[in-house]
Design a protein around this ligand. Sequence first.
Ligand SMILES: Cc1cc2nc3c(=O)[nH]c(=O)nc-3n(C[C@H](O)[C@H](O)[C@H](O)COP(=O)(O)O)c2cc1C
Length: 216
Amino acid sequence: MSKGTDIAALRQEYQRLSLDVHDVASDPLTQFSTWFQEALEVEVREPNAMTLATVDSEGKPAARIVLLKGVDERGFSFYTNHESRKGVELAANPSAALVFHWMALERQVRVEGTATKLDHEEASAYFVQRPRGSRLGAWASPQSRMIASREVLEERLVEIEKRFGERDVPCPSHWGGYVISPSRVEFWQGRPSRLHDRVVYELGASNRWKVSRLAP
Ligand SMILES: Cc1cc2nc3c(=O)[nH]c(=O)nc-3n(C[C@H](O)[C@H](O)[C@H](O)COP(=O)(O)O)c2cc1C
């Protein structure tokens, strides 16, 4: 960015598509799958990249991007290090939020819910499909901890490579997945003059989804 760039003047008009409560599926996971498929069709780059927000034991929030690795009737799943900052925060408070932004479609999806750890068997089944380098990396990196230098990490990797040699690299016990079971999901479609369409699903009594329109 050059020194004179006026950030406040950066402006985009959204006009590709629209959204109404009558257009959407009766449950948000089906609606999400439809939008995700459309994101794939227009070749959004990394459509499964999502911002994950957690809170610490004092209620202070933190957010980072992780990759969605599955959607089913349980919710939205991703994989990480259970001993990372996010893992520690989710252990103390399982409330979490996710945000997807598919710019090419002028769309945002916001998810709020509760995280549950996937069992080790399910995480292992995914882990063994990952490239060997990523599997070794999961053993070598004490995610979120302070390290003195890049060299420390590379030395740890060499050690781990020696340890496993030609053998399979199993899923470490500190590595695994979470599924976020949603209680609120909002679909946002950009519209002209900032009069965007917002459709929200809220889980009510007897596990029924209530669908409403929100003001932009
Ligand atoms: C595009 C992208 C995808 C990422 N995917 C993951 C992921 O699936 N799992 C993960 O643990 N970290 C992923 N990261 C790294 C996280 O953003 C973060 O740096 C890391 O998980 C440590 O976060 P924490 O210290 O808050 O626990 C990704 C980062 C980017 C930019």
